[in-house]
Write a protein that binds this ligand. Structure first.
Ligand code: XMP
Length: 514
């Protein structure tokens, strides 16, 4: 199905997913593999191109992540980025050493526009640099095609062997013409046709699901979020009545959300999903009592989810498959793809208990990035207001309450969040902000209200703009709006006497607090 594929070989760089994301923007299917992947396996995938990512090492040190010389002799075009570029030079006989000055941030790069990589790129262009080492001598056969004031080899090429090396990061949006450069590589150099489109993905997935499931029964975990909704509707389209959707209200949803989900996906809504709602609030709260550590909470919530499904499955008879709305960033960030360190174990991947009572798990969105899931949703005819819903994490408010989760804290964060969302929508910012929510910090502080001393919780407001949820910046919400939210939360939500606005970008922060 994905005959035309580019693979990204991950050396542990923080932007590995972005590289894949940008390649897919060129309508070329792309997957991430660890640098430890066997050369034979790479050959068997028959990729049209290979991209080597950045990474934290120095390629000239003994135990650094590396690749074999043969990788460059397969006749497949290779593009090395940052560490990948240095490694290419190192392995092929060039020289890489510690740079006299570290280059970091937006930097003007002078490029040779006769290089296929820089076709239609301006000859002076702003790029994102982040490196300690630099290429001091290119390998034989290469010529330098870009430089900066401090970096003599910002890019090099060997057109004869189709090998390209770029010291900066074209995948990061700060590199103003980066997407153009990547497009030049995958389309012009690798010769990809760029025909990977969502309608074909949906059609092929529906077909593949039908074949895989046969006459089997399928149980789908529906949370009402974008991912599981798209997964459920895709499954329904593929196998109709063989599907049962179970919606677990774990008591960690936003205010009134359980009823809203039921209204859309339940028997009175437009879909036929055999919808079952399980109200399991108390069960989750008691499991979470006394637990403070975020990863532990995620695991508990994930495991409890599975337990509830097992019980439901037993009630409805034998079930062969369980559907989950896992998406590609979950897979990579859970350390299952590529080389990334485990940042957070997303509950639908990392938290799966070992003894699952189903034959198999189906993850129809496992290969998609978030915005691709939305495109798939539209393709399936799901209304825009659902498809463009802001994401909500599987563990829900469990990871928006820092520290121990209690019913009382859930009530506080639900009420504060409802006020925040209402005011942001009233001010007309709800569609333009990528994700925004209230979280309950674990901090209590002294305040004064009506001449009385208070000792209550601090609520943190978070709002970020992001394209892919891998990097994000705090959204600029007008101060009057924030002030109104603050005053309403303090007045209307018992137990809160302080409201803060989180300015942290990602990185170094994450979007959620835990
Ligand atoms: P972070 O906090 O990692 O969030 O910057 C990136 C995106 O992922 C969502 N998120 C999760 N989703 N289970 C999920 O299903 C989780 O454990 C989880 N943690 C974060 C977060 O809401 C944001 O959209």
């Amino acid at each position: 199905m994905n005959q035309e594929k580019v693979i990204v070989i991950d050396f542990g760089g923080q932007y590995n997913q972005l590289v894949a994301r940008r390649v897919r923007e060129c309508n070329v299917y792309c997957e991430i593999y660890s640098y430890k992947t066997d050369l034979e396996q790479i050959k068997a995938m028959n990729p049209k191109g290979i991209i080597l990512t950045g990474g934290p090492n120095s390629c000239y040190e003994a135990d650094s992540a590396t690749c074999s010389k043969e990788l460059f002799e397969l006749g497949i075009p290779v593009l090395g980025l940052c560490y990948g570029a240095q490694l290419m030079m190192h392995v092929l006989g060039g020289k890489v050493e510690k740079a006299p000055v570290r280059e970091y941030g937006k930097t003007e790069v002078v490029v040779d526009t006769t290089s296929p990589l820089f076709q239609n790129v301006s000859d002076h262009t702003i790029c994102w640099m982040s490196h300690f080492d630099y290429i001091s001598k290119v390998a034989d056969g290469f010529r330098t095609v870009a430089h900066t004031a401090d970096c003599p080899v910002a890019a090099a090429e060997d057109q004869r062997r189709n090998l390209y090396a770029i010291q900066f990061h074209p995948e990061v949006l700060h590199t103003e013409e980066g997407t153009k450069m990547l497009r030049n590589f995958v389309i012009n150099v690798c010769g990809c046709a760029g025909i990977w489109k969502m309608d074909a993905f949906v059609e092929n997935s529906v077909k593949a699901i039908r074949e895989k499931v046969g006459n089997g029964k399928v149980l789908c975990a529906l949370s009402g979020g974008v991912d599981s909704s798209v997964a459920a509707v895709m499954m329904a389209k593929a196998i109709g009545d063989q599907l049962t959707c179970v919606f677990v209200d774990h008591g960690l949803l936003r205010k009134n959300e359980g009823d809203e989900v039921e209204a859309v996906f339940g028997p009175d809504g437009p879909y036929n999903l055999n919808f079952i709602r399980v109200n399991a609030q108390e069960r989750f709260y008691s499991k979470l009592a006394g637990v403070e550590e975020p990863e532990k909470k995620r695991k508990i919530i994930g495991e409890e989810f599975i337990r509830v499904f097992e019980e439901e499955a037993k009630k409805i008879g034998a079930v062969d498959f369980l559907v989950q709305g896992t998406i590609y960033p979950d897979v990579v960030e859970s350390g299952l793809g590529g080389e990334s360190a485990v940042i957070k174990s997303h509950h639908n991947v990392g938290g799966l208990p070992s003894c699952v009572d189903f034959k198999e798990i189906i993850e129809p969105l496992r290969d998609l990035f978030k915005d691709e899931v939305r495109k798939a949703g539209l393709e399936l005819g799901i209304p825009e207001y659902l498809v463009f819903r802001q994401p909500f994490p599987g563990p829900g408010l469990g990871i928006r309450i820092i520290g121990e989760v209690t019913a009382e804290k859930v009530r506080i964060v639900q009420d504060a969040d409802a006020i925040y969302r209402e005011e942001v929508a009233n001010a007309g910012y709800d569609k333009s902000i990528g994700q925004y929510f209230a979280a309950l910090t674990n901090m209590r502080s002294v305040g004064v209200m009506g001449d009385e001393r208070t000792y209550d919780y601090a609520v943190a407001l978070r709002a970020v703009n992001t394209i892919d949820f891998m990097t994000a910046e705090a959204a600029e919400i007008p101060f009057e709006v924030l002030q109104k939210v603050m005053s309403r939360i303090i007045n209307e939500v018992k137990g809160v006497n302080r409201v803060m606005y989180d300015l942290t970008s990602k990185p170094p922060g994450t979007i959620e607090f835990e």
